[in-house]
Design a binder for this molecule. Structure first.
Ligand code: 13P
Length: 244
């Protein structure tokens, strides 16, 4: 069986101006030949400039969303082809902030992933329970349901990464116990159409907790928000993944 690839992905969310490209440059300089994949997902406004800033380095770039269509009358939206034109080959889809703020359903996430895959790009599909769902004992039902409904036909290790992000752990400094992360990742791995799909954990990953999270059997890396904004912090997380 092919092994899942190790990946550290940074989600800058709605953060970052041109001055912050210095962080991307510093990261590229610190990891000329990394022992894992590294992807930065800045806001769309920074993609072209960041592509230039890290040109020739081992850093890959990703978008934070894409439309189901390649082009057309969709004000404010961005297509997978446009992301690629700007230098991105990954795209985060179905992040809980988009599911909540933009009422994105798993069916829409699957359609977007299908569009991204058809264009030849890699989707990072996010799943995760709310605190109320965890308290109600529904965690596995929720995340496995989201997985089944968000994965398009043809999803495999070449075009798909899954990120488990408990909604209540995002930006809060709270994380599940290692046993809780292991339980969800084991369940997700068992349901993947291709067991070599990389499984990332996301939600308050920091330099101080990265190593213990990466030591969990079915954790292949992380999708990092706040701590990916600074090269020093994200670099420490990447180093922990390289060492895992
Ligand atoms: P934080 O790392 O800031 O908790 O964000 C996680 C996340 O949502 C990454 O997509």
């Amino acid at each position: 069986m092919t092994q899942a690839c190790k990946l550290a992905a940074g989600n800058w969310k709605m953060n970052g101006l041109r001055a912050d490209l210095a962080e991307a440059r510093a990261l590229a300089a610190a990891f000329p030949a990394p022992g894992c994949g590294i992807v930065l997902c800045p806001p769309a406004t920074l993609l072209c400039a960041m592509a230039e800033a890290v040109s020739g380095s081992a850093i890959g770039l990703g978008g934070q969303d894409c439309h189901t269509q390649a082009a057309g009358a969709h004000t404010g939206d961005i297509s997978a082809a446009m992301l690629a034109d700007a230098g991105a080959h990954h795209v985060i889809l179905g992040h809980s902030e988009r599911r909540a703020d933009h009422a994105e359903s798993s069916a829409l996430v699957a359609a977007k992933a299908h569009a991204a895959h058809a264009a030849g790009w890699v989707s990072i599909i996010c799943v995760g329970e709310t605190e109320a769902e965890r308290d109600a004992g529904e965690t596995l039902d929720i995340v496995l349901g989201q997985l089944a409904e968000s994965l398009p036909e043809g999803a495999g290790a070449a075009n798909t990464v899954i990120a488990y992000e408990p909604v209540w752990a995002i930006g809060t400094g709270r994380t599940p116990t290692l046993a809780q992360i292991a339980e969800v990742h084991d369940a997700l791995r068992a349901k993947l159409p291709d067991r070599a799909i990389s499984l990332l954990y996301g939600g308050s990953v920091k330099p101080g907790n990265a190593a213990e999270i990466f030591a969990i059997a079915n954790v292949d890396g992380a999708l990092v928000g706040g701590a990916s904004l600074k090269a020093a912090d994200f670099g420490a997380i990447i180093a922990a993944l390289e060492a895992a």
